[in-house]
Design a protein. Structure first.
Length: 79
């Protein structure tokens, strides 16, 4: 793991310190890593959504489609 030092203005440092204390993070580094992971995941999800929006429609989104989707999600969550 490599190290990165970040300089923050006092107001942002105070905000980070408050977040660390109130959200139960053990350090500002842990908090920052979590923010970066969330941003990475958000960008990945955005890419998937844009890719899906650009793809041709493959199924009719009727009540049967959503029933099947719910069943697949339910089955996957119980593995």
């Amino acid at each position: 793991m490599s190290t990165m030092n970040i300089s923050l203005p006092d107001a942002l440092k105070e905000f980070v310190d408050n977040q660390v204390g109130s959200l139960g993070y053990s350090s500002s580094g842990e908090y920052m890593r979590e923010l970066i992971r969330r941003e990475r995941d958000r960008q990945h999800l955005r890419g998937l959504l844009l890719e899906g929006a650009a793809s041709p429609q493959s199924a009719t989104a009727d009540s049967g489609y959503f029933d099947e989707l719910r069943n697949r999600v339910h089955a996957a969550s119980h593995r």
